[in-house]
Design a binder for this molecule. Sequence first.
Ligand SMILES: Cc1cc2nc3c(=O)[nH]c(=O)nc-3n(C[C@H](O)[C@H](O)[C@H](O)COP(=O)(O)OP(=O)(O)OC[C@H]3O[C@@H](n4cnc5c(N)ncnc54)[C@H](O)[C@@H]3O)c2cc1C
Length: 336
Amino acid sequence: MIEHRTDVLIVGGGIAGLLATRVLRERGVPVMMADKAVRVGGRLATRRIGPGRGDHGAQFFTVRSREFGALVEEWIAAGLVYEWARGFSDGSLRTNSFDGYPRYAVRGGMNNLAQHLAEQLQPGVRIESSARVRSVVPLADGWQTTTEDQQVFFSRAVGLTPPVPQSLALLNRDLLTEADREILTPMDYEPCLTGIFWVDGRVDFPEPGAVQQPDAPVSWIADNQRKGISPEAVVVTVQASPEFSRQLRDLPETSAIQALKLAIEPYLVGQAVIKEGQLKAWRYALPKLIYPERYLLAQGLPPLVFAGDAFGGPRVEGAALSGLAAGNVLAACLGK
Ligand SMILES: Cc1cc2nc3c(=O)[nH]c(=O)nc-3n(C[C@H](O)[C@H](O)[C@H](O)COP(=O)(O)OP(=O)(O)OC[C@H]3O[C@@H](n4cnc5c(N)ncnc54)[C@H](O)[C@@H]3O)c2cc1C
């Protein structure tokens, strides 16, 4: 059993958790982070396949607020983020449907943004990866958080940034007030089955290398080489709509991969062949319900904040803004 003591423990190292941690550090609050995965990033996910790589969670992000815009400017200046496109084909056109709004991508893949944010927290912030939190229990003056690998964190406050059902599974729900339970319990997410495929040869997608059809069974298909993150090889990402994902997730993995692979075939050029495919089944991809505030501070307990992309607004931007707000409220709870 390894014991850690800190003021705030942030559970989850997606963009919300990373930015909450950044704010706390900037405000001089001792903070640690635990994430269940080997690498931080959550749904900012990039995977190697064959000689290339593909984003298999978030594909790009947009900017709607000045606050997130300032962060994106910082990342562009650091050479990390670039504008990929201003719209995507719906499959019916050979040119993209330009709508004037930039879609940003991350050099080397979305996960690099998370790695960059984690590096900026060093030295100073302990980040425990491969540390799946099992329980979060209130004490007289804070929280005891235990991981499956027998680490125990004693903290004055906790920030929970996983998708809400995963956060609720860590707590005895009876500790929450009825009002908080009524807000949190119905919060659910759409699934997304994603395939990434290594293609030996050429593919021919409309500019800028992707097709977006929100109402079709395959809602997104993109060439990561054209996007600029996989110079070594063509890697195609295929994402199923929520409805198609629900149908596919009950099938054996090989059948689901086969169904997603079919979507690439019309775009293969000449002798191009699909060499390899991998599947990722996101159970919690996109929130169905958005709580209007950027975080929820649980009532009647030591400081406990729920945050992430279901609070204040969806997608990468919503998660980022929620993380910033959560960091600020946790610092304020501790008088910092
Ligand atoms: C397939 C897909 C496509 C998407 N496309 C886009 C897009 O194109 N544009 C866009 O803006 N958004 C997109 N999104 C949404 C975007 O990725 C998310 O809104 C955003 O990344 C959420 O960040 P977050 O920090 O709230 O949550 P997450 O990234 O989910 O982070 C939560 C973290 O909690 C950790 N965790 C969970 N349980 C535990 C536990 N018990 N113990 C410790 N750690 C735990 C996880 O490992 C994870 O790192 C997409 C999402 C998916 C899945």
